[in-house]
Design a protein around this ligand. Structure first.
Ligand code: EPZ
Length: 417
């Protein structure tokens, strides 16, 4: 099992260009199942989750081939086979197969994705919404089976919580339902807008993606088109926080700053010096960072996917901070590992209390989930001495070869087999 060794008191120099968004790419790759004759995608990130999703889609008969800078997902001959547990359990996004498979074949059978480190990850909002479109579900032996008697028919659906995945699943199924579907209290994440843009290029009729009310006019057929995946706002935000924490002058390129308006505002309120460009963010040396209190919220609030990263910064800020995690019930797995590096963080239910002004010292730590592992990288870069991070597969799911990306910007960071 790979490990990452980081030699601390590092700084970042130069710049990085942000890769394509994992959380936009995964649903958009799945949307290729809706096309009668394929989908061309550009700017797919080179991540473990993308490879896993490719394997999953090949399992349904999708043929995938690289043609110059594009990847062609050929969906002309797909079958409605079973999505096997081993692939599904590795990646929660597999539940998004439900919408397209039901729209294409009027039935589907998927292994229940199960929980993960950050929570039980239920799918009730997905199933309730799809039932309104006419789907009948049964759950047995760890599988969810879906069946549509006649046709998927448009409906007025009000989500009990603005779930990102449920919004995407229902939007994909509704794109081929008979009539109009309205999704109220829809999630507003930019990745949903990117998915809608791609579906509309394929012939769908979706309006309002990115707002709380999405209107979908069902169509008979979706077909071949090409789409460039948007940049990853969470990876971009991670590197902004890293540069602020390491008091470095550093530029994050290929990112629309307005996708990160709340995190950038929070960082500036903490004292970070940022120059906001059209599609870049320049961090200037920002000493004297102060602690702050924040809550994670659905977009456009502070993203839960940056919670672990800003917690690492808060540990070395002047003064105390606190974070209320409002999205997932167990997203503080990084706290004990950050404390091993010298942080002093206590948690009580969904609130973490972070003591500021800590000096961090390198240690052996354990990654637990994707974003927790990158907060350990940030802390390791800041800490005095060597930090070794185990269970690197968590990190590889969401960050492209981080030792190379960061290695090019100064830090001594090596992958140990
Ligand atoms: C997406 O997960 C992202 N994953 C997550 O990123 C992200 O943290 C999350 O949205 C919130 O922004 C992808 O896009 C692949 P949700 P998703 O449905 O769709 C509860 C990362 O690090 N809920 O918005 O699963 C759920 O338990 C990952 O890249 C239900 O109760 O998130 C959670 O508490 C981690 N019932 C909350 O809603 C449901 O049917 C938000 O979940 C669905 C969700």
């Amino acid at each position: 099992m790979d490990k990452l060794q980081i030699t601390g008191k590092a700084i970042l120099t130069g710049s990085i260009s942000v890769s394509g968004s994992k959380n936009a790419a995964l649903p958009i790759m799945i949307a290729s199942l809706l096309s009668e004759n394929g989908l061309y995608l550009k700017n797919l990130p080179a991540l473990q989750d993308i490879l896993t999703m490719k394997k999953l889609l090949e399992n349904f008969g999708i043929k995938i081939k690289k043609i110059n800078s594009q990847t062609f997902f050929d969906s002309t001959n797909i079958n409605n086979s079973l999505a096997d547990y081993d692939l599904v359990r590795k990646m929660r996004a597999s539940i998004l197969l439900l919408g397209p498979l039901i729209a294409r074949f009027k039935k589907a059978k998927i292994s229940l994705p199960g929980g993960c480190a950050i929570g039980t990850r239920p799918i009730d909002i997905h199933l309730n919404g799809l039932e309104k479109l006419g789907v009948k579900f049964s759950i047995e032996n760890g599988f969810v089976s879906a069946d549509v008697k006649k046709n998927l028919t448009g409906a007025h659906i009000k989500l009990s919580f603005p779930s990102v995945g449920a919004t995407e699943n229902i939007m994909m199924a509704a794109s081929k339902a008979k009539g109009e579907t309205i999704i109220e209290n829809a999630a507003r994440e930019p990745e949903i807008e990117d998915l809608a843009k791609c579906l509309n290029k394929m012939g769908a009729k979706i309006a309002g993606a990115g707002t709380t009310k999405i209107i979908i006019e069902g169509v008979k057929k979706l077909s071949k088109s090409e789409h460039t995946i948007m940049s990853d706002r969470i990876v971009a935000g991670t590197y902004v926080i890293a540069a602020v924490m390491l008091n470095s002058e550093f530029i994050i390129k290929k990112i629309k700053p307005d996708l990160l308006s709340t995190p950038l505002e929070v960082l500036q309120n903490m004292g970070a010096k940022l120059e906001i460009g059209n599609d870049s963010i320049k961090v200037l040396p920002s000493s004297g960072i102060k602690g702050i209190a924040l809550k994670t919220k659905p977009y456009p609030g502070f993203p839960t996917d940056l919670q672990a990263q800003i917690m690492a910064l808060m540990s070395v800020a002047k003064g105390n901070s606190q974070i209320k995690e409002m999205i997932f019930e167990n997203r503080f797995m990084h706290v004990s590992e950050l404390n091993r590096l010298g942080a002093r963080i206590k948690t009580k239910k969904d609130v973490a209390y972070i003591e500021g002004g800590r000096s961090l010292k390198g240690a052996k730590v354990m990654a637990s989930d994707l974003r927790a592992s990158v907060s350990l990288v940030l802390a390791g870069l800041y800490a005095e001495g060597k930090t070794t991070i185990n269970r690197l597969y968590h990190l590889d799911r969401g960050y492209e070869k981080i030792e190379e990306t960061l290695g090019k910007c100064g830090p001594i960071i090596t992958r140990l087999k």
